[in-house]
Design a protein around this ligand. Sequence first.
Ligand SMILES: Nc1ncnc2c1ncn2[C@@H]1O[C@H](COP(=O)(O)OP(=O)(O)OP(=O)(O)O)[C@@H](O)[C@H]1O
Ligand SMILES: [Mg+2]
Length: 561
Amino acid sequence: MPAPKAANPKSGGGKRSEYQDKEKPAQIRRSNITAAKGKIPTGVTQEYFSVFLIAVADAIRTSLGPRGMDKMIQAGNGDVTITNDGATILKQMQVLHPAAKMLVELSKAQDVEAGDGTTSVVVICGSLLDACTSLLEKGIHPTSISEAFQKAAAKSMEIIEGISTPVELSDRESLLQSASTSLNSKVVSQNSGTLSPIAVDAVLKVINPATATNVDLNDIKIVKKLGGTIEDTELIDGLVFTQKTSGGPSRLEKAKIGPTLLNAVMENNVVVSDYTQMDRVLREERQYILDIVKKIKKAGCNVLLIQKSILRDAVSDLALHFLAKMKIMVVKDVEREDIEFVCKSTGCRPIASLDHFLPENLGSAELVEEIQTGTSKIVKITGVANVGRTVTVLIRGSNKLVLEEADRSLHDALCVIRCLVKKRALIAGGGAPETELSLRLMEYANTLTGMEQYCFRAFAEALEVIPFTLAENAGLNPIATVTELRNRHAQGEKTAGINVRKGCITNILEENVVQPMLVSTSAIHLASETVKSIMKIDDINKFDRYSFSVSFQIKDIVKVR
Ligand SMILES: Nc1ncnc2c1ncn2[C@@H]1O[C@H](COP(=O)(O)OP(=O)(O)OP(=O)(O)O)[C@@H](O)[C@H]1O
Ligand SMILES: [Mg+2]
């Protein structure tokens, strides 16, 4: 792009320059839209593009829906990820254009707000941006577009709320169906029969269904262990440590648990000069450790959890020997961030000094056992009195890639149930809500006039991208499918959706494809907010790292001279 020719303020009798490049804001906007949509436009110079730009909205469109494709992403360090999750794909992409980065943030925002729908939100945003391009070309002012889109988004919320059906948390069948819908589109879709009940039960166990308005997913600990298959994944009312015990019995009933931050080793270096002194030091060390172990035993503790220490071994071999003799099970190398969860689950307190090793600071569990899984062992603590209402999900998988994706998919399913706790309403899936919404918005647009009507229509049409893409990804004719879907909705079939299994349009509720209302409302709300922000930008100022380093070097040279 030619640089704006700024007039010299000194020339022209000291008058300030009136020159303004009228083309620049439009070009910036166009560049931002295409960057977010992922195509480099003709006629726009590369000035506003980074060296590396990946197609964003278009790139992840193919992964929408149950027949969507997965992405294989290789990170800079060679790590490979296989995923279908929109937020994960975008997070791993190296998007450098500032406008394209807004889409990454959008997907993250949806992940925080709803947890699911992170692909849909970006696809909707891409389609809305497409609509903006044609509206801009018609000469409509960007502010008018963004204002009308905001109104259309607000109207959409009303319409979606109108077509939603309330759901009770006691309606287990509906919860299972919505968890399965979110798992259907994942790599682990064939295991949704195992994972859906786990997601539903996990959430219901950590909340009080009568009063809860939100779920703290930190109360559900996900532990991944390589080996077995996803079918072996289980929900545990308690805790799991993926390391084996370091001594003591391997099975204990009626356990008293003490998580400790203690270092049972002598802390100082002692310099000894003869054998008698050495003998004394060894004897004293023995006595010192024995005293510690006796105190632990006296407090009634029979399972000792020791926090991982990075500076040295948290527990010496001698201490382990005494602990084993006293029949105290030891699990060492417990991660620091797990201590809080352990305390919440078992009702114990972290103990940092021996003086605090008191019976009231210990937690209790019915059973602590070491179990052989495949080639390694794990420690399971079960039968905790549900003190802090926590659960653990032990995910099993035959390889690292599957294990990671199962974790992400389960997170989506948990989020779907969390959405239903937050807002107890369900809508149909399979493109039905978007088609219905589009139709109702079109009807509403007829009551408007002028530019606003244009923008409302464009907004309504843009929403059809979801059924269009679902059909496209399922190998159906997208135009024919969307047209038929529109007709069926016009005839009053509010739940007609794309049946990807049969390859036709049916009442999608019969297929049990339902999703939380919050996922759709949040997607439309966040997408239109992002479009508004992109529309408002008319200039990009870049901090040039290169020029900074050059000036820095020159300064250095001057200093040397
Ligand atoms: N069995 C099904 N038949 C038809 N449509 C389905 C079915 N299962 C899911 N869908 C639709 O697929 C879409 C969701 O696809 P997908 O899960 O790939 O993306 P997302 O939820 O937007 O993002 P992500 O799951 O990556 O966070 C929703 O519109 C949903 O209605
Ligand atoms: Mg999903």
